[in-house]
Design a protein around this ligand. Sequence first.
Ligand SMILES: CC(C)(COP(=O)(O)OP(=O)(O)OC[C@H]1O[C@@H](n2cnc3c(N)ncnc32)[C@H](O)[C@@H]1OP(=O)(O)O)[C@@H](O)C(=O)NCCC(=O)NCCS
Length: 210
Amino acid sequence: MCSKPVIIIGNGGHARVLIDILLMQKREIIGYTAPTEENNRYNVTYLGKDEEILKYDPQEIELVNALGSVSDTRHRANIFNIFKSKGYTFSTIIHPSAIISDTVILGEGVQVMAGVVIQPFAKIDDNTIVNTSTSIDHDCCISKHCHIAPGCVLSGGVFVGEGTHIGTGTKIIQNVTVGKNVLVGAGSLVLRSVGDNKKIYGSPAKEVSK
Ligand SMILES: CC(C)(COP(=O)(O)OP(=O)(O)OC[C@H]1O[C@@H](n2cnc3c(N)ncnc32)[C@H](O)[C@@H]1OP(=O)(O)O)[C@@H](O)C(=O)NCCC(=O)NCCS
């Protein structure tokens, strides 16, 4: 496991969940960046705005993308892309209670939270969050910059396109394709494939205007 110190980008609820894991794993936290200084419940040091990161050598630290997303993943994707273009690396963070098959491929900066199960030959691409207690079954492929929110169940062979948000508690049946930049509302049951740039919700999930 990498032992480089980390800088955390963001200071909200998602940051707290990540800091909890980092402390458990005894990672050194240099501080956090945010537009303004706010109370940090773990007493992590405020470093300033995100530009402060540029004072640190990309070879000496790793970044943690702690921006949460409740429906729109673009801000997280932008932060990842900006700092990647400047040579920085994002930590892949895995809660110790996650059960992940040895055959699973995890990209850079993937965040796997407590109680997650990821089954054989699944692939999770860069900067994607697999949030608390979600289950990703065999052969699923989740593209970059997605957020699979807490308590989702993705059956085998599901494909999720780049930048898609799968809302809390959603269930998706086997071999369904969900396109890129799709917003799946919380509690949905997805039975059919969905094209790009759609917003869907309900049980069964239906398209609604964006
Ligand atoms: C889909 C979502 C983004 C809201 O979309 P919206 O179009 O702005 O919806 P609104 O809140 O304006 O509600 C419009 C209608 O859709 C319904 N609706 C909204 N979300 C719904 C959902 N997930 N399932 C079923 N119905 C939903 C509302 O009840 C409302 O119905 P009404 O007009 O009969 O009262 C939001 O409800 C949602 O599910 N977000 C995902 C949350 C999440 O995953 N969080 C993760 C945190 S880690």
